[in-house]
Design a protein around this ligand. Structure first.
Ligand code: GUN
Length: 307
């Protein structure tokens, strides 16, 4: 039987409704949560992400501002901007879009954002709070995945969750969040021996490696829940026919013709759909949840700091 769809767009809409309702309550008290998004250079993907973050703020009634700095900005210049945003009372959340250009010391920038405004949850203080199971601001993508698993009432306690990928942004915080909910967690990565066999042990499989359609049906146990965090692109017709089930070909080929590429995750839907009980689509799975959780984090930061 084909996998059922974990509809991220729908769950994200519910989260955004909740945020918008609370934002209007705060508005009645003269408080408008504010997000500052900082973009350095002109990475096209980053521009798209930052643009949709700012647009979503506007839609939900949050204040937002976008700071676009030239690609040759120095660490000191970026630190000066972060410091100014730290001081400003109308800014509740500060987001520095990654990756930063190579001349910038990313770690110094992330540690400069005051933890109370760190809506990405990248500061060491917030990472530490997550590990300890304390209150804090936590990374949006794994937090969004948790919201989705809860929405669909996927049982976590005692389940075996396998996280493929060990990034600071997704893999590590994802593993910690699942662990706090009493899942048995395995973290796999590019050096894991017999990755397909490990992945097949999963009741819940989180694919966050950043490799186009790497997770095929061979990695998935019958009846598993599969969450695809990948954001890659396919650029040829042959890839599309390999990766997607035939029913998706017309739509995907149309997108390829119009845009030159189509969005693909780390999962190969054609083969995984046949095995998994649940699967997130790409697009329309984890992506919209990340933005919804950024809005929720900005709201929370405002409530913690000013309400
Ligand atoms: N680059 C890729 N993912 C993210 C994210 O969640 N936040 C930021 N700031 N940059 C990213």
């Amino acid at each position: 039987m084909a996998a059922q769809v974990l509809n991220g767009t729908m769950v994200a809409a519910l989260i955004k409704e909740r945020v918008a309702a609370r934002v209007s309550e705060l508005a009645a008290r003269g408080i408008k949560p504010g997000l500052a998004a900082v973009l350095v250079g002109d990475n096209p993907a980053s521009k798209v992400y930052v643009g949709s973050k700012v647009k979503t703020c506007e839609a939900l009634g949050l204040y937002s501002e976008e700071h676009v700095l030239p690609g040759d900005t120095t660490t000191e210049q970026l630190l000066a901007l972060v410091e100014e945003l730290n001081q400003r009372d109308t800014i509740d959340g500060i987001l520095v879009q990654l990756p930063l250009p190579p001349q910038i010391e990313t770690r110094r920038i992330l540690e400069a954002v005051t933890p109370a405004k760190d809506v990405d949850g990248f500061h060491a203080i917030n990472v530490g709070r997550l590990v300890r199971g304390e209150e804090g601001l936590f990374p949006c993508t794994p937090a969004g995945v948790m919201e989705m698993l809860d929405h669909y009432q996927i049982p976590l306690a005692g389940a075996h969750a396998v996280v493929v990928g060990r990034s600071d942004i997704v893999g590590k915080p994802m593993a910690m969040m699942l662990l706090h909910r009493h899942a048995t967690v395995t973290i796999c990565h590019s050096r894991t021996r017999d990755l397909p066999a490990m992945a097949r042990e999963a009741d819940i499989l989180i694919a966050a490696i950043g490799r186009t359609a790497m997770i095929t049906g061979d990695y998935v146990r019958e009846g598993a829940v599969v969450v695809d965090v990948g954001m890659n692109s396919a650029t040829t017709e042959a890839e599309i026919r390999q990766i997607f089930p035939e029913s998706e070909w017309p739509k995907r080929l149309e997108t390829l013709r119009k845009k030159g590429s189509t969005l693909v995750g780390d999962v190969e839907p054609r083969t995984v759909i046949e095995k998994a009980a649940w699967l997130t689509p790409v697009p329309g799975g984890v992506g919209p949840l990340t933005i919804a959780m950024l809005m929720q984090n900005t709201l929370r930061a405002a409530e913690m700091r000013r309400a």
